[in-house]
Design a protein around this ligand. Structure first.
Ligand code: MG
Length: 257
């Protein structure tokens, strides 16, 4: 990972960002990080949140935050708000989502029994597609090995599993943050993501961001990404000096320089 100062910022036209522990700091959205986001949007950049957070949260974010769109539940959908209307595009239709959701309950029970100390995430009721197991948000923090164990159990049950800084998410299907971002760019922005790669910057902090770290030439980790160094399938190309929201601010002001 190279220092952020070496990132060529001049042609950056879009910022895609993870939320937890990238934009937010220990579970809070600071005024500084939000102001940075707003300044970037006002500067005419394309701004897209790419998160594991649930549909309920993403509805709010797409409507109210200074963003062009949000990819949620690790790539199960994107939401975009324009001309007073919220457009929702899902990977699976409503019937398929309901059928998949019905199978997640039994898997969740087996995981809770097998890994002491974890819990169903408090944002689970607002999810449309996936199962979120909390290992580090509302429960006393568990070691990363416990998160890996949860992910392994999910995979044994036929789910795709990804570890974020707070949850382990599992879902039926091969999609991820990158696949839905590709679709968002094609459908909403009329851009092929391969062609847009050089003008886009992605910032994240944890293993569920690895597909984005690997794909984007200008992928950035906030400094706390080092916590997951051993678990990253692909590392970001650049790293900030500061952690979480302060690292996000550092990146935005580098892009606006
Ligand atoms: Mg994160």
């Amino acid at each position: 990972m190279r220092p952020l100062a070496e990132l060529e910022a001049r042609r950056a036209a879009a910022l895609l960002f993870d939320i937890d522990d990238t934009l937010t700091t220990r579970g809070r959205l600071t005024a500084g990080a939000y102001a940075a986001l707003e300044r970037l949007k006002h500067a005419g950049k394309r701004v897209v949140a790419v998160t594991g957070r649930p549909a309920g949260w993403c509805d709010h974010i797409a409507r109210m935050w200074p963003v062009d769109a949000v990819v949620g539940e690790n790539g199960a959908f994107y939401f975009a708000f324009a001309q007073g209307r919220l457009e929702k595009r899902f990977q699976d239709d409503a019937l398929v989502r309901a059928a998949k959701r019905a199978q997640l309950e039994a898997i969740a029970k087996a995981i809770l029994a097998a890994v002491p100390g974890c819990a169903i995430a408090s944002d689970q009721p607002y999810r449309e597609t996936d199962l979120a197991i909390d290992y580090c948000e509302d429960v006393p923090p568990l070691p990363l090995e416990a998160a890996e164990r949860v992910a392994a159990l999910m995979r044994e049950a036929g789910l795709t599993a990804r570890v974020s800084s707070i949850h382990v998410n599992g879902w039926f299907g091969a999609y991820d943050k990158l696949a839905m971002t590709r679709r968002l760019f094609a459908e909403r922005f009329g851009q092929d993501l391969d062609a847009a790669n050089r003008e886009a910057v992605f910032v994240g902090d944890s293993p569920n961001d690895a597909p984005m770290f690997g794909f984007f030439e200008k992928s950035v980790g906030v400094a706390n990404v080092r916590r997951f160094a051993a678990q990253l399938a692909a590392a970001p190309k650049y790293v900030t000096q500061r952690t979480s929201g302060a690292g996000f601010e550092e990146l935005v002001y580098h892009l606006l320089k």
